[in-house]
Design a protein around this ligand. Structure first.
Ligand code: GCV
Length: 728
């Protein structure tokens, strides 16, 4: 018989151990986790610095800020914090004051007018104050949304265990537009989405307002995202019908207090498909009148509607060229309809036709001559690289090349070409590589970040419980927002990873250190096992998941991997210099010098710019073939290193649920990295005719095996959802 004392002991031990071993954490809270601070000294410091909050939450936005602060402080400090609304009242020691000089007489009493004038409409300050012989912390801004951003930042300081001793923070967004682009279809499939269905449940909107919409808005506001394009750029005209406008309006109402404006992607043929007109010619007066009327109608539903995002004459989408008109003609007609309401047009520059011209040159050729021909409320949205969101590609030559046209930089947060939501790839280094690349368009020191007005990120969000599929994919949403806010600052990837880890996983220095190392290395690791040395677009046709460098069956040449790598018996790579397609010429002369000479070109870009002989030596000292093998093998080894790092964290305090998830996902990543390495090396070996490194792990299958692997899509979901591998 069990002795009652041993039962007690079991209870006691389970109470101590269970939270450590089995505490469940499904990832829903993202980085907005407000668990009680477990460092007693810090908890004490925070509790004595924040004894109460004075806030005048008269507006929905201030109300949202106060709510966030209350949830955050109650959770982090492990006690109820009193919130007071008294306008003229008491300021006690440790009172946290939040407000604008117009809404709060206390803030006006601080006399920080000079500093406030620098903050603009969205910036904030967090500082220590002295008032009526009392001292404390104040979060101030010129606007209510500035206050919400300041509150979120303040909570982040607490979540990441920063000292509040000598606070003096001024933060102003670097870019005006910080927008998420959803590629969500109206049937809730998500183009290039790998985290379930769309979070926007169009069937139950507008009456059913899922609390998830508010959590989405909170998460975005916490990193300063201020716009959301609700539907895919491959847009259904239905989005502009009254029933769907009512649904979008319901979302806009929920997002408004959080500073998020709603935008819609529109189909250029809408005047025909839902308007019943015989044409969508942008210069036809009836078409122009239709757009004006439609836009007026939209503003009757959504008074602060942001505007339209348009993919025109690209990948089968209709556009002005269907009627012999230019992109400027098309954009300007829509812009004229939006201008009276202060709406904008975001016109995408992602265009390429079936032509003999190098695909990466086409967007520049099309849009450069149109510089200065767009209305003031048109922005051109340019992908980070001239091709299509590859693991690595140079910045697009359009940055800095159209000085009279405001630009949005489009990044892909969803990992279409980077292992979907199966692979751990932290994208901040990729985003930063583009933001800080020197275009030289106004002389040395003209980074991409200095040529843009906004940033758009193709969202990686779905209705999976943890929003993004892979627990680490949340970091890419987070990093996008933080980088869009601070676009001109450099070396932020580590800092942002640090913040995200502390908020999402743990403040334990060992955990932070290990995860940061993994995250910072992960993008280069993916490049190594997928597309090293400047290779690009050698993923499987259409789904873009695994390797298929051999593929040449697409209906268009520039959809085939063989078009991009140009392997032959002499060597590998696409000559884009003057002896080849001369895409190089589209860059400023000083930028070209980085890549022009094969001998000087950095190894990581050499196959993008040059056709390199198999036995040519690279900067590493190895021949091209040796270096290619080295990179693919290093990629696999590095994924195994990530697995070891992760395994070592099992008892570090990371919850078991997410620890198990990531462990299994890393197994998939390891398996896929081996697949990439074996398939690519076996294929390129048919051209190099050289052996794989002696003593290295040999492929466990033949090239024919890899070439015949079938990937299966669920019917009707092409480009959305994860393909299944079927062995031949
Ligand atoms: C929305 C790539 C993707 C397409 C995407 C397109 C675009 O080609 O594969 O799914 O379509 O980019 O950005 O418009």
């Amino acid at each position: 018989m069990t002795h009652p004392r041993s039962i007690l002991l079991v209870f006691f031990l389970s109470a101590c151990l269970l939270p450590r071993l089995t505490r469940a954490e499904d990832g829903y809270r993202l980085w907005l986790r407000y668990d009680r601070i477990d460092d007693p000294r810090l908890l004490q410091e925070y509790r004595s610095s924040i004894r109460g909050v004075l806030v005048y939450d008269k507006s929905p936005t201030l109300h949202a800020a106060a709510n966030e602060l209350k949830n955050g402080l109650d959770g982090l400090l492990g006690q109820q914090i009193s919130f007071m609304n008294n306008v003229f009242g008491w300021v006690g020691r440790g009172a946290l004051i939040i407000g604008t000089p117009t809404s709060s007489p206390l803030v006006a009493d601080l006399h920080w007018t000079d500093n406030l004038s620098r903050l603009g409409n969205e910036g904030f300050m967090i500082r220590r104050y002295k008032l009526k012989d009392q001292s404390g912390i104040a979060i101030v801004a010129n606007t209510d949304i500035g206050i919400l951003y300041g509150v979120c930042h303040f909570l982040r300081l607490l979540q990441t265990h920063q000292s509040l001793e000598s606070l003096d923070i001024t933060s102003i967004p670097a870019l005006h537009y910080r927008v998420l682009d959803h590629w969500d279809n109206l049937n809730r499939t998500v183009e290039r989405g790998y985290a379930g269905l769309s979070i926007f449940d169009w069937w139950t909107l507008p009456l059913y307002k899922d609390s998830r919409y508010t959590d989405y808005a909170r998460a975005n506001a916490s990193v300063g995202i201020n716009g959301s394009v609700l539907n895919s750029v491959n847009a259904s005209p239905i989005i502009l019908t009254p029933a769907w406008l009512a649904k979008s309006a319901a979302l806009a109402d929920i997002f408004r207090p959080y500073g998020i404006r709603v935008y819609l992607s529109v189909n250029f043929s809408s005047p025909m498909t839902i308007g019943g007109l015989p044409t969508a010619d942008p210069l036809d007066p009836a078409v122009q009148a239709w757009w004006k009327k439609k836009v007026d109608e939209i503003y009757s539903y959504i008074p602060d509607f942001g505007g339209f995002l348009v993919k025109a004459n690209s990948e089968g989408q209709p556009g002005p060229q269907n009627y012999g008109r230019s992109h400027a003609d098309g954009a300007n007609t829509l812009a004229d309809a939006l201008a009276p309401h202060q709406g904008i047009i975001i016109w995408r520059a992602f265009v390429y036709n079936e032509s003999s011209e190098d695909r990466v040159k086409q967007a520049y050729d099309e849009f450069k001559p149109l510089d200065g021909k767009f209305r003031n409320n048109v922005l051109l949205q340019v992908k980070n690289g001239p091709l299509d969101f590859q693991p690595r590609e140079p910045f697009s030559p359009l940055f800095g090349a159209v000085p009279n046209t405001p630009l949005m930089l489009e990044m892909q947060i969803t990992q279409e070409y980077l292992g979907f939501s199966n692979h751990l790839v932290y994208l901040a280094p990729l985003f930063e590589e583009c933001l800080h690349a020197d275009t030289y368009t106004k002389g040395k020191g003209t980074p991409v970040s200095a040529t843009i007005t906004g940033m758009a990120g193709v969202a990686n969000i779905g209705n999976d419980i943890n929003w993004c599929g892979h627990p680490f994919a949340q970091a890419n949403w987070y990093a996008f927002g933080r980088l869009a806010w601070c676009a001109s600052a450099t070396n932020l990837s580590a800092l942002i990873a640090d913040e995200w880890i502390r908020q999402t996983f743990s403040n334990n220095p060992g955990v932070v250190d290990t995860l940061k190392k993994m995250m910072l290395a992960s993008r280069e690791i993916a490049v190594d096992y997928m597309t090293p040395l400047g290779l690009a677009h050698i993923m499987g046709y259409s789904h873009h998941y695994g390797p298929a460098p051999w593929y040449d069956k697409a209906s268009r040449a520039d959809w085939n991997p063989v078009y991009f790598h140009r392997a032959d018996s002499a060597g590998l790579g696409f000559d884009r210099t003057a002896t080849g397609s001369n895409a190089l010429e589209q860059y400023a002369p000083a930028a070209r010098t980085l890549w022009a000479d094969k001998k000087d070109c950095p190894d990581n870009a050499v196959l993008w710019w040059h056709h390199v002989g198999w036995n040519d030596r690279l900067h590493s000292g190895r021949t091209l073939w040796e270096e290619l093998c080295h990179k693919y093998y290093t990629g696999v080894d590095s994924v195994r290193w990530m697995q070891k790092c992760w395994d070592a964290l099992q008892l570090s305090g990371i919850d078991n649920q997410r620890w198990q998830q990531v462990k299994m996902l890393l197994c998939i990543q390891q398996q896929d990295a081996v697949w990439w390495r074996n398939a690519c090396l076996l294929y390129f070996q048919t051209f190099s005719r050289q052996p794989l490194p002696a003593g290295a792990e040999q492929p466990d299958h033949t090239l024919a095996y890899y070439e015949n692997l079938q990937l299966y899509y669920a019917p009707g979901t092409a480009n959305s959802g994860v393909p299944q591998k079927i062995n031949p």
